[in-house]
Design a protein around this ligand. Sequence first.
Ligand SMILES: NC(=O)c1ccc[n+]([C@@H]2O[C@H](COP(=O)([O-])OP(=O)(O)OC[C@H]3O[C@@H](n4cnc5c(N)ncnc54)[C@H](OP(=O)(O)O)[C@@H]3O)[C@@H](O)[C@H]2O)c1
Length: 296
Amino acid sequence: MKVGFIGLGRMGARMAANLLKAGHEVTVYNRTPGKTQALVEQGAHAAAQVADACRGDAAITMLADDGALESVVFGAKGVIGSLGQGALHICMSTISVALSERLAAAHANAGQCFVAAPVFGRPEAAAAAKLFIVAAGAPDAVDTCLPLFEALGQKTFSIGDRPQAANLVKLSGNFLLASMIEALGEAMALVGKAGIDRRQYLDLLTSTLFTAPVYKTYGGLIAEEKFEPAGFAAPLGHKDIRLTLAAAESLRVPMPLASLLRDRFLTLLAQGGEALDWSAIGQLAAKDAGQVDRLR
Ligand SMILES: NC(=O)c1ccc[n+]([C@@H]2O[C@H](COP(=O)([O-])OP(=O)(O)OC[C@H]3O[C@@H](n4cnc5c(N)ncnc54)[C@H](OP(=O)(O)O)[C@@H]3O)[C@@H](O)[C@H]2O)c1
């Protein structure tokens, strides 16, 4: 397919490279222009502005947050103003339910299609084309996306025709991940302060009752205190909990754990954790217990 890719951050650059490998014709755009160079060397066309990445069958956006997406989508030279009739905007960022609804309506007004397709998987999974993709939108539009999703992920879950449902599912998943990181951090602080080897403890957990990959991945990061370089940066984790709470508020679903996590992320950010991986909230319990004196 002829596709534009907008947003070449930790995830986007790796995803765009996989589209090229699969033989798609890809035009890349990034706010900071230097990031297009490596992909141009792999066969991509560089777009000088957003509009130049919107001349094909589809434009994929993989931007940080709602504000970033709004700044490239709206306005005369934005995605909506530049995509052709019947063309597709595939939003793979983790954004709010409210913005997803707004985008679906705006694209429909412009005679275009909108598919929300947020992903599970860190940059390593993006590089290995092993993402899990949660897609929602008009069935024929989602079908059109499938060759692209095959190049990006290991499995696509189609969850209906309302794009915002995919965003809500993604946010709920990140809420669960953050809850797991916090709980694991507290348990590891407890055994660690008693002098038990945290690595050995983690091996015990992950080879018995806690065999899910997320315990291995995040438990390993916490045990090794490996929070830099960030794979998923702390401000983005904070964003996802805020967006979960916003969706919960509009649906009138109390989520006391999510409220606690919001404060955990605020603590992390307030204590200089801006550049750390979001799993560094798993270090806060050890800090509160006086085991470590600073976050690293
Ligand atoms: N990292 C993960 O493990 C992971 C996993 C699943 C989902 N996600 C989601 O995927 C999305 C991207 O994550 P990431 O880790 O790739 O983020 P990232 O490395 O911080 O990259 C963010 C991208 O957004 C662009 N951007 C930020 N603000 C902008 C603005 N105001 N206008 C235009 N462009 C702007 C950045 O451009 P510049 O280069 O110019 O800064 C960059 O291309 C996020 O929604 C995140 O929640 C991430």
